[in-house]
Design a protein around this ligand. Structure first.
Ligand code: AMP
Ligand code: TRP
Length: 332
């Protein structure tokens, strides 16, 4: 039986952090064994925020290196740069004719950009979900491992697929969000303000490239409070986040100890953070060291991207040929 097709992308807008790792990459690594996987660096998407051209290449190579260092195996998956697959912008153009300005203007991520960067509300931002749909539909994927923040974009990808199918004939499957154990992991910023993200709040985000000391410092400064005063109190979200991080990086016995201390109102957050800092530093260390090594070897990274693009184009060109035919573009 042929394997189900999976697509996911990460923008090359900065250093990868624990949110990317636990929200996305860890799922990729699990999926690579049993699915036909296409994972890519969304470098075109990153252009919506006008990155400095001299940073772009290093950013793309770092994302690739950090994914491999996290356990992704380029022999098992197609790992590529979005801009190396010209069939994606071609499908994007076709899908743009099926996307309505009104619905794009209503997308929460777009409205947020209008609010936060009114000086740069470009058409690429408006059609961001169309490009994302093209990324997915180009391989006729059925499963898309992404964090909770991307669910609305996935719904739009399904809408565009259905619209294409209704107009031109059944061609695209409807892609669904996928997570192992239905577990949605959302890692919050260490100061408790919103989610950990690449561009905001650097001091409260733990990057896969952070040194042991930086990780220790950031965790020791994480937001806590005076502790619970009644047994079995519900945890505030910033404390829950520390427990989540501990659950991800520490041994179960350790988490259990602190959890029972919390429930008995004798937890000392300073001790908990010290333990978490050591365990998280030990968790990130091998990934960082491997990624640093990989980034020194540009020849290998280039080869990986080239091979990934070849695998991706082999699948993408079949889709584009089919889509052109259905639309009526078959002149020769
Ligand atoms: P981005 O960094 O926005 O390109 O996101 C790449 C992937 O990481 C997407 O699948 C996101 O859903 C996921 N992701 C980003 N930030 C977080 C976070 N703080 N918690 C969980 N998942 C996240
Ligand atoms: N929009 C996604 C994010 O910001 C990145 C992305 C682009 C993506 N194209 C995709 C994710 C296709 C999954 C599938 O996280």
């Amino acid at each position: 039986m042929s394997k189900e097709i999976v697509v996911s992308g990460i923008r090359s807008t900065g250093h990868l952090h624990l949110g990317n790792y636990f929200g996305a990459i860890q799922n990729y690594v699990l999926m690579q064994e049993n699915y036909d996987c296409y994972f890519f660096v969304a470098d075109y998407h990153s252009l919506t925020t006008h990155p400095d051209p001299k940073d772009l290449k290093a950013n793309v190579f770092r994302v690739v290196a950090e994914n491999i260092a996290s356990g992704l195996n380029p022999d098992k998956v197609a790992l590529y740069a979005q801009s190396d697959v010209p069939e994606i912008p071609e499908l994007y153009l076709m899908l743009n004719m099926l996307a309505y300005v009104g619905e794009l203007e209503k997308v929460p991520t777009f409205k947020e950009k209008v609010r936060t960067q009114p000086e740069n509300v470009n058409a690429g931002l408006l059609t961001y979900p169309v490009l994302m749909a093209a990324d997915i539909l180009i391989h006729r994927a059925v499963k898309v491992p992404v964090g909770k923040d991307q669910e609305q974009h996935l719904e739009m990808a399904r809408n565009f697929a259905v619209r294409f199918n209704n107009r031109y004939g059944n061609f695209f499957p409807e892609p669904q969000v996928f997570r192992f154990n239905n577990d949605t992991v959302k890692i919050m910023s260490l100061d408790g303000s919103g989610k950990m993200s690449k561009s905001e709040n650097e001091n409260n985000t733990i990057y896969l490239s952070d040194s042991d000391d930086t990780i220790r410092k950031k965790i020791m400064k994480a937001k806590t409070d005076a502790g619970p005063i009644a047994p079995n109190t519900e945890m505030p979200d910033y404390i829950q986040n520390l427990f989540l991080l501990m659950h991800l990086a520490s041994r179960k016995e350790i988490v259990d100890i602190y959890r029972s201390q919390y429930n008995n109102c004798n937890i000392r957050y300073g001790d908990m953070k010290k333990q978490l800092a050591e365990d998280m530093a030990a968790f990130v260390r091998p990934i960082r060291e491997h990624a640093t090594e990989l980034q020194k070897d540009e020849t290998t990274l280039r080869m990986i991207l080239k091979e990934g693009a070849e695998k991706a184009r082999a699948s993408a060109s079949v889709t584009i040929e089919g889509a052109r035919k259905l639309i009526g573009i078959n002149y020769y």
